[in-house]
Design a protein around this ligand. Structure first.
Ligand code: 13P
Ligand code: SF4
Length: 337
């Protein structure tokens, strides 16, 4: 019989497999247990909109990448449970190192972040001297440490526009967001060739057909989508931007080109409206991020109970990665974002 209270056992499981993989009593009311643990441990659950509905419902705060970082910086909690992916939890630890930051499954990575290995990115940057490096927050601490300013999809435009028009810029790792920002700001940033696997698979023909079948529906898209998809959009924005638009716009139908988790909040906030996930090249049309969906209520319960897996960062790397995030937060505050 496995002793799950044994910390050495926990560490062994986590270091070998990167996640907690044992079964828990199925009769437990996980909502109740998680809420108890929150109080006992002064813990807060921060969740991204791409999390499964139950996780969104138990979270203390749900937001986009910018909102989640701002919340991670200002929270009074002792423990931050990050229901999101690794770069998000890592960002929380970088900006608020005295907190214990837990990620329910250490395997919750990100294809976009993986597309930029720091050693290759360093060589890329060396080819463009005098360029300022703006990196999208969906990257590792190693990439952040090589960057001058971090941005998210909700502040990228403002951050780029805050720089002189003749300032040469490298933008990484998302080529689609970079190309979109180039288009709306008239800049010519050098783009790293990275992309998100979820936002790259929307199918132009299927979306066009769906729009014909739903002529009154607004088509809304995340800027991580390819240019040909964005060209069809009535509105382009971060997850928070898409959610707000779906609330304030008078249309009653929306075709949504981003990860499907956001539909839960959209439907909750506008129960009388219809939200249709944009079709992708997948046959299931589920648009799920397999990394985001690694988190489950069970894993959240276990990670809060045993306070593992925890995000730990080497201090020099943390300090180097913090600088460009601080710049992002300062510029965002100046613009009231
Ligand atoms: P935002 O929530 O900041 O729009 O980012 C979307 C995303 O892909 C997060 O992984
Ligand atoms: Fe990364 Fe894309 Fe998943 Fe966001 S949706 S975590 S960018 S793979």
């Amino acid at each position: 019989m496995v002793d799950i209270n044994n910390t050495n056992f926990q560490n062994k499981i986590i270091s070998e497999k990167g996640f907690l993989d044992f079964n828990i009593d199925i009769t437990l009311d996980l909502f109740l247990e998680i809420n108890k643990l929150k109080k006992e441990k002064n813990a807060i659950i921060l969740a991204h909109y791409y999390q499964e509905p139950d996780i969104q419902d138990i979270a203390d705060y749900i937001g986009d990448s910018l909102g989640l970082s701002q919340k991670a910086l200002t929270t009074n909690a002792d423990i931050i449970v990050f229901a999101g992916v690794h770069f998000m939890a890592e960002t929380a630890k970088i900006i608020n190192p005295t907190k214990k930051v837990l990620l329910p499954d250490l395997n919750a990575g990100c294809s976009l972040s993986d597309s930029a290995p720091p050693d290759k990115f360093k060589l890329f940057c060396d080819k463009y001297p005098n360029h300022l490096v703006i990196s999208y927050i969906n990257c590792s601490a190693g990439i952040k440490a090589l960057s001058d300013i971090i941005c998210t999809s909700s502040n990228a435009q403002k951050i780029v526009e805050s720089l002189p028009i003749d300032q040469p810029i490298i933008f990484a790792p998302d080529k689609n967001l970079g190309a979109y920002i180039n288009k709306i700001t008239g800049r010519n940033m050098v783009l790293w060739n990275g992309a998100c696997m979820v936002h790259e698979i929307f199918n132009l023909q299927k979306i066009t057909k769906l729009k014909i079948r739903h002529p009154k529906a607004k088509f809304i898209a995340h800027p991580e989508c390819e240019e040909s998809i964005l060209a069809l959009a009535d509105y382009i924005g971060s997850t928070t931007g898409l959610l707000k638009y779906s609330q304030v716009d008078s249309s009653t139908e929306f075709i949504v080109a981003t990860e499907s988790g956001i539909l839960h909040q959209m439907q909750k906030n506008s129960p009388t409206k219809t939200f249709i996930p944009a079709p992708s090249n997948n046959h299931c049309a589920c648009n799920d991020c397999s990394y985001m969906k690694l988190n489950t209520l069970e894993k959240i319960y276990l990670c809060m109970k045993y306070e593992l897996p925890e995000i730990i960062l080497e201090e020099n790397l943390r300090l180097a990665a913090k600088k460009p995030i601080d710049r992002m937060l300062e510029i965002s505050a100046q613009y009231g974002l």
